[in-house]
Design a protein around this ligand. Structure first.
Ligand code: HEM
Ligand code: HEM
Length: 442
């Protein structure tokens, strides 16, 4: 009898603790697996895993060039479970980029950025940047050849930023080149500044979800917005699903980390650059653009425009609110498929054509390169996007939501193709190669 009373007391305490920052009830429709795919939940589990393993790594890791690489070797070979902790941190970090990116896509394609969720999209974009920068700053810490040269390539790109580029480069590098100053800067940013920003922004993200009355409610195109489904208590319905996703993901990352080691090259050698020298995989799309556009356009104009477009997305005048409808409508789905296929075929063709065109442009001495490699291809790109927009809008007599979504898919697919090209189809001297020839070419 007494133990039952105790158990009841604990259960009530546990429930009220969770309910303090969780909703008491949720709409049954928003619990559908096919609405969220559990992606936001997965992202938060990975963040927690990264914070936990990151703190453990700090007990052994030493952020000075003479000791950093050795401390990783020591961690891997002499510290109990050291290799596993490093693997968990490494694979969770990479998985987090994928989870956050797929979560962004699901939010976009279910129209969950419309009012009242506009600002949460902006907060989410901030989170995405934090995830990218956390990965980027962590990348340098093992201080191996891979890390040293990837970061050298990336900080080198800053030079081309108009006005503040050189100053910013020196500030980030903590000196004229990647060295001890860079390592201690990255370490402080990685283990203190960025985690603090994440911990501030995340509760804000969740608070906005509650303020919006919960998640968007999944509906068919013909169903009206605002038709509310049945409410069910969050405990156990939501909590149970969250626990299943969390445990499933944790088990998968754990097994993966037991089977596959995080890469570690030779110790960083500033006098010997590997060929090719590539940026981390999530920045390869930008490095690939660098091969086709003048650096000012590839590294500054295009990424800045992409960021502004991402932040402005929820504030465009869409006329209709398609929140909860996958791909906005049946027509939207067809248009998005056409855009995806167009970019999937068009981008590799453009990459191939450019290999040839760059040679032709080099033989035109009278025209400066910022015109032949910068303004001209950029104007061509803007022209293609505008023509595609007008063509699709007319052909389908589409709404704003449908056309904006179509252009989004076009650009996104093109960027993914560029990233894949950079990662797998570039070999020595960043020449185009077939991936299975790389091993035999050098
Ligand atoms: C560290 C990264 C992130 C974490 C941990 C996170 C976490 C979450 C969680 C747990 C949810 C509720 C469940 C779900 O939708 O799966 C959610 C919803 C949401 N997230 Fe994120 N998120 C992250 C990044 C982003 C990004 C990159 C965006 C968009 C740019 C975004 C925009 C939103 C929006 C608008 C909602 C509300 C969706 C709705 O009402 O259906 N989040 N987020
Ligand atoms: C979103 C959060 C985080 C991400 C995405 C992230 C990402 C990374 C990455 C990609 C590495 C390189 C791993 C490797 O290949 O060796 C790394 C290393 C490291 N991280 Fe994090 N990290 C995060 C949070 C943290 C936190 C909160 C701490 C500590 C408070 C931390 C401490 C470390 C340390 C000490 C290393 C060097 C050890 C090593 O490279 O294995 N990280 N991180």
């Amino acid at each position: 009898m007494r133990t039952e009373k105790f158990r009841d007391g604990y259960r009530r305490l546990f429930n009220s603790l969770i309910l303090h920052f969780r909703p008491r009830s949720v709409q049954e429709e928003s619990l559908r697996w096919t609405l969220t795919w559990g992606l936001g939940g997965m992202a938060i589990v990975l963040v927690i895993l990264l914070l936990g393993t990151g703190v453990l790594l700090k007990f052994v890791y030493q952020p000075i060039p003479e000791r950093a690489y050795e401390s990783i070797l020591h961690l891997q070979n002499q510290v109990s479970f050291g290799r596993l902790i490093r693997n968990l941190h490494h694979w969770s970090a990479n998985a987090l980029i994928l989870a956050a990116f797929l979560h962004l896509l699901r939010v976009f394609f279910t129209g969950a950025f419309h009012a009242p969720r506009q600002f949460n999209w902006v907060i989410g974009s901030g989170l995405f940047l934090l995830v990218l920068f956390s990965n980027f700053t962590g990348y340098l810490l093992p201080w191996d050849q891979l890390a040293y040269w990837a970061i050298t390539i990336c900080t080198g790109m800053l030079e081309y930023m108009p006005g503040v580029g050189l100053w910013l480069q020196k500030l980030i590098q903590g000196g004229p080149e990647v060295g001890p100053g860079t390592l201690s800067n990255f370490y402080a940013i990685h283990t203190a500044v960025l985690p603090a920003c994440l911990l501030i922004l995340l509760p804000f993200h969740f608070w906005r979800i509650r303020k919006a009355g919960g998640l968007v409610v999944s509906r068919q195109p013909e169903q009206h917005e605002g038709e509310r489904s049945r409410s069910v208590p969050a405990i156990p319905h939501l909590l149970l699903r969250e626990v299943v996703v969390a445990l499933g993901l944790f088990a998968s990352v754990l097994v993966f980390s037991m089977l596959f080691d995080a890469p570690l090259g030779d110790k960083a050698n500033p006098g010997l650059s590997p060929n090719p020298t590539k940026a981390p995989w999530y920045f390869m799309g930008i490095q690939e653009m660098l091969l086709h556009f003048h650096p000012v356009f590839a590294l500054f104009v295009i990424p800045a425009l992409m960021l502004v477009a991402l932040l402005a997305l929820p504030y465009i005048d869409y006329q209709v609110n398609t929140a909860g409808v996958w791909f906005a409508s049946t027509k939207g789905r067809s248009m998005a498929s056409i855009a995806g296929v167009t970019a999937l075929i068009g981008t590799p063709l453009a990459v191939l054509a450019d290999e040839y065109l760059i040679e032709v442009a080099a033989r035109l001495p009278a025209i400066p390169t910022w015109v032949t490699n910068g303004l001209a291809p950029f104007a061509l790109l803007v022209g293609i996007i505008a023509a595609f927009y007008v063509l699709m809008k007319k052909r389908y007599t589409a709404s704003n939501t449908e056309t904006v979504q179509t252009v989004f898919v076009l650009l996104l697919t093109a960027f993914v193709v560029l990233t894949v090209t950079g990662i797998w189809f570039r070999g020595e001297g960043m020449k185009l190669v077939w991936p299975w020839n790389i091993g035999t070419s050098g």
